[in-house]
Design a protein around this ligand. Structure first.
Ligand SMILES: Cc1cc2nc3c(=O)[nH]c(=O)nc-3n(C[C@H](O)[C@H](O)[C@H](O)COP(=O)(O)OP(=O)(O)OC[C@H]3O[C@@H](n4cnc5c(N)ncnc54)[C@H](O)[C@@H]3O)c2cc1C
Ligand SMILES: *[C@@H]1O[C@H](CO)[C@@H](O)[C@H](O)[C@H]1NC(C)=O
Ligand SMILES: *[C@@H]1O[C@H](CO)[C@@H](O)[C@H](O)[C@H]1NC(C)=O
Ligand SMILES: *[C@@H]1O[C@H](CO)[C@@H](O)[C@H](O)[C@H]1NC(C)=O
Ligand SMILES: *[C@@H]1O[C@H](CO)[C@@H](O)[C@H](O)[C@H]1NC(C)=O
Ligand SMILES: *[C@@H]1O[C@H](CO)[C@@H](O)[C@H](O)[C@H]1NC(C)=O
Ligand SMILES: *[C@@H]1O[C@H](CO)[C@@H](O)[C@H](O)[C@H]1NC(C)=O
Ligand SMILES: *[C@@H]1O[C@H](CO)[C@@H](O)[C@H](O)[C@H]1NC(C)=O
Length: 530
């Protein structure tokens, strides 16, 4: 048959209508499947939200921290389920397979690229918010934490049980346990105690066959993979058991700020020779921004720090190892560890139960990236960074320098999938945010951060240029939408996040989920490199 030019739009339209109708058909079948399975397991369908339910939108948006991913093209979930029992997750997996609707799992919703809540294909969300119980064993110093819990809920719950137990994980209280622990988990105690994933001792995982596995039944390979390799490639983690850490009853915090006029360049330069080597009990994190100071642009470096001990001991260490900062007693505050959580979250002086609030004050458009630094950046290199920061609008962009060393160095690269150990002085986090009104011009901010990243290439790790999995960045490579990503294609981003551990992750994935049921834009593919 000859197709005339004028027929093409008609054929296209017909195709769209038919495929639209058939996907709606599939979606209805999927929904029916879910309702039926839920009824079979005696659970009500009040944990199933379709776009017809009044609260669908608020449930969808409630844990979104970054407006950028959802503002791009992409589909909204066909259904959001908020399981209260494992049987509902098993039902979701069964129906997802049967009707070919992609499953995405969301715990705290903080994924930088929105991979837990948007997709390019027809999909639904298993939102873990109702599975968030936390039980602490103060005799064994352990805790079982369901993945829908937030870091704030975990920290709060521990603090109610003990003055000397704590956990080492991230700073932002609304981050979810599910994504954070399975992807690493760096925080203010990481030099002394390592990252969250270093402390996982057991887990409850639901695999692609709907089986509920623990450490023993999943085996050491799979258990290795979900401690830093991202849960999302391997199954749905329902809970982690972690070893808690012992801390002193009193800790000391300070947040000392220096501008260029106060020798910030020299201090930041010097910091690179100190930050990973100083006493393990001390973590000096650096935040860098461009500010207006009496009408003039300058760089503000904030040395935001936690010392696991008393102020007098801290001052002795600082006097000996970093006298240039001129830290004085008045800069420091002694407090309980849980109060330091409020301090670093910007909630100093508020009541502790603010840690239980899962709603963040503001959301905005955001792009983040990461790098690892193995050799100190020279002063002229830092000045180049200041130029970039001064190009962006005041208070839109921030760099964080997070020091490594201590316990992080003492663990081997292959102990768990998180490979960034000895030899990394610090990690850089690049961030730029913008508002709704500005979104039309968002290309400007994204270009800015990409140019800065290009500039930084000469100062950071190479072959691979490493990146932190929890600061997810699709600029460094992604899988094909069809789900048939090759090993070679995935290893572009895979080696950056996991170095040589990527091979083992692929090997484990090939055994645990050979059909690639659990997948997203940056999930480990199940093809063998051998
Ligand atoms: C404001 C903010 C502050 C942050 N601060 C820190 C910090 O201090 N230190 C640090 O290390 N990181 C930090 N991060 C990064 C954070 O660790 C990651 O974004 C983390 O993946 C978020 O986990 P989540 O459960 O909140 O995210 P989600 O978006 O729910 O999930 C992230 C990924 O994990 C998968 N996933 C989630 N739950 C499960 C589960 N139960 N089973 C299997 N897969 C699952 C998702 O599908 C998705 O791919 C921060 C992020 C933000 C936005
Ligand atoms: C959503 O609507 C359906 C149909 O009215 C109802 O059965 C279900 O219980 C609703 N779900 C929620 C979470 O309210
Ligand atoms: C900055 O460094 C110079 C030279 O080391 C020193 O003389 C000066 O006092 C420092 N300024 C401040 C504010 O610390
Ligand atoms: C910074 O200062 C300049 C010059 O005084 C002014 O034009 C600009 O609006 C200020 N920006 C902010 C964000 O305060
Ligand atoms: C540290 O000080 C800077 C500058 O005043 C401020 O913007 C930042 O919020 C402070 N950080 C903490 C954790 O208090
Ligand atoms: C939780 O925080 C949000 C944002 O700051 C606020 O609007 C809300 O009132 C808080 N909720 C409670 C119960 O305190
Ligand atoms: C790391 O190992 C060194 C050398 O064995 C040891 O002195 C140090 O205490 C360890 N640090 C931590 C935090 O485990
Ligand atoms: C994946 O599938 C698509 C569509 O079938 C095809 O075009 C593409 O070449 C495949 N990619 C790989 C890496 O096999």
């Amino acid at each position: 048959m000859q197709i005339s030019g004028s027929m093409i739009p008609f054929i296209l339209l017909a195709f769209i209508l038919i495929s639209g109708a058939s996907s709606a058909h599939t979606e209805n079948d999927f929904l029916e499947c879910l309702s039926l399975q839920f009824r079979k397991s005696n659970s009500e369908s009040d944990s199933i939200y379709t776009p017809l339910n009044a609260s669908y939108s608020s449930i969808f948006q409630s844990s979104i921290r970054n407006l950028r991913p959802a503002s791009k093209s992409g589909q909204k979930p066909v259904v959001i389920i908020t399981p209260e029992h494992e049987s509902q997750i098993q039902a979701a997996i069964y129906c997802s397979k049967k009707h070919g609707i992609q499953l995405k799992v969301r715990s705290g919703g903080h994924d930088y690229e929105g991979l837990s809540y948007i997709s390019q294909t027809s999909f639904f969300i298993v939102d873990m918010r109702n599975l968030r119980s936390i039980s602490i064993d103060t005799e064994k110093n352990t805790a079982w934490v369901q993945t829908g819990a937030t870091l704030g809920e975990l920290y709060y719950t521990i603090s109610q049980k003990s003055k000397t137990l704590a956990f080492t994980a991230g700073v932002c209280p609304t981050v979810g346990v599910g994504g954070h622990f399975s992807g690493g988990g760096y925080g203010m105690m990481s030099r002394k105690h390592g990252i969250a994933a270093d402390h996982i001792i057991d887990a409850k995982l639901i695999d692609a066959n709907g089986q509920i596995l623990d450490r023993e039944s999943m085996g050491e390979d799979l258990f290795w993979a979900i401690r830093g390799g991202g849960g999302t490639s391997f199954g749905i983690v329902v809970a982690f058991e972690v070893k808690l850490i012992v801390i002193p009853e009193t800790v000391t915090v300070f947040n000392v700020t220096r501008t260029l006029e106060q020798n910030a360049t020299q201090l930041v330069h010097r910091w690179q020779y100190v930050a990973d080597k100083i006493d393990d009990n001390l973590l000096l994190r650096l935040f860098l921004r461009s500010i207006n100071s009496s009408g003039k642009r300058t760089i503000r470096a904030s040395f935001t720090s936690l010392y696991l001990g008393r102020v007098d001991d801290l001052l002795i260490i600082m006097q000996e190892k970093f006298p240039e900062l001129s830290l004085v007693k008045e800069d420091c505050t002694e407090m309980r560890w849980i109060e330091s959580i409020l301090f670093f979250a910007g909630f100093q002086g508020r009541s502790l139960d603010i840690l239980l609030n899962r709603t963040q004050a503001s959301t905005r458009y955001f792009k983040g990236k990461s790098d690892y630094v193995k050799q100190p950046i020279p002063e002229y290199g830092l000045k180049g960074i200041w130029k970039f920061l001064n190009q962006e609008d005041v208070n839109r962009a921030e760099l964080q320098f997070s020091p490594y060393g201590g316990r992080i160095y003492n663990i081997s690269e292959s102990e768990i999938p998180f490979p960034h150990r000895s030899g990394n002085i610090f990690m850089i986090h690049y961030g730029v945010g913008w508002s709704e009104e500005e979104n039309a011009k968002s290309g400007r901010h994204i270009n800015w951060i990409r140019k800065l990243y290009t500039y930084m290439a000469r100062y950071v790790s190479k072959s691979p240029r490493a990146a932190y999995f929890n600061y997810r960045d699709l600029d460094i490579g992604m899988n094909s939408i069809e789900g048939n990503t090759s090993y070679k294609q995935a290893s572009v981003w895979g080696f950056k996040y996991f170095k040589h551990n990527f091979r083992r992750l692929v090997h484990i994935k090939s055994k645990a989920d050979p059909t690639n049921f659990f997948r997203n834009e940056q999930s480990v593919p199940p093809v063998s490199p051998w």
